[in-house]
Design a protein around this ligand. Structure first.
Ligand code: PRP
Ligand code: URA
Length: 208
């Protein structure tokens, strides 16, 4: 499946603010939420809707609805909590699963420390969220975890991505749709995205 880069100037503008090193934690957190919410709006083009009959104050009519309870938002901890909050603002009826993962500082490999999902996610639309897709290790493992629970329809939402991470997901999970606000240049020797925005978790939670 192709990767989708969001071209919307509002998203790009907010991402520029996010990248600036002087942006303080509080604003950074707000921007991550806002960008994720705007990205859900763009991804929403793919969401199934159905017609129901409603009554306006004037008359009956048919109108479209999305069954929000069919969605599961899955943040990859920690940084994904902020993107998940933005997604949940747009889809408040979605349930939320969690995947806890951090990158080992030496090997850059993901280490899983927690996961919890709603009871049956096999027929749900899964929105995995994480601001960063770098080597793709964390995303690939998170996708594998939801697939192990039977999930079939999976979107991966990230704000900044590296070509290396995209390639890994396309190879290992070709059925997953990746949405990103930017495909950056690549990774540095510490597997950080360039130009990127630094360590997303540290900037969101003020743990720099
Ligand atoms: C960051 C980010 C992703 C991961 C991306 O998390 O939020 O989960 O790195 O890197 P990868 O594509 O190379 O796996 P981090 O491991 O820093 O954990 P944190 O969110 O708890 O800070
Ligand atoms: N994780 C981050 O938070 N930033 C990067 O650039 C890469 C991984």
């Amino acid at each position: 499946m192709p990767v989708h880069e969001i071209k919307n100037p509002i998203v790009k503008h907010k991402l520029t603010q996010l990248r600036r090193k002087e942006t303080p934690s509080k604003i950074f957190r707000e921007l991550v939420k806002e960008i994720a919410a705007l990205m859900i709006y763009e991804i929403g083009e793919n969401f199934p809707s159905r017609e129901v009959e409603i009554e306006t104050p004037l008359q009956k009519c048919k109108a479209p609805v999305i069954d929000e309870e069919n969605f599961v938002i899955v943040p990859v901890l920690r940084a994904g909590l902020a993107t998940a909050e933005g997604a949940a603002q747009i889809l408040p009826g979605a349930s939320i699963g969690h995947v806890g993962m951090y990158r080992d500082e030496e090997t850059h490999q993901p280490v899983e420390y927690y996961s919890k999902f709603p009871p049956d996610i096999s027929e749900k639309i899964i929105l995995i969220t994480d601001p960063m897709l770098a080597t793709g290790g964390s995303a690939s493992d998170a996708i594998r975890l939801v697939k192990d629970k039977g999930a079939k329809k999976i979107f991966f939402l990230c704000i900044v991505s590296a070509p290396e991470g995209i390639k890994k997901i396309e190879e290992e999970h070709p059925d997953v749709e990746i949405y990103t606000a930017s495909i950056d240049e690549g990774l540095n020797e510490n597997c950080y995205i360039l130009p990127g925005l630094g360590d997303a978790g540290d900037r969101i939670f003020g743990t720099l």
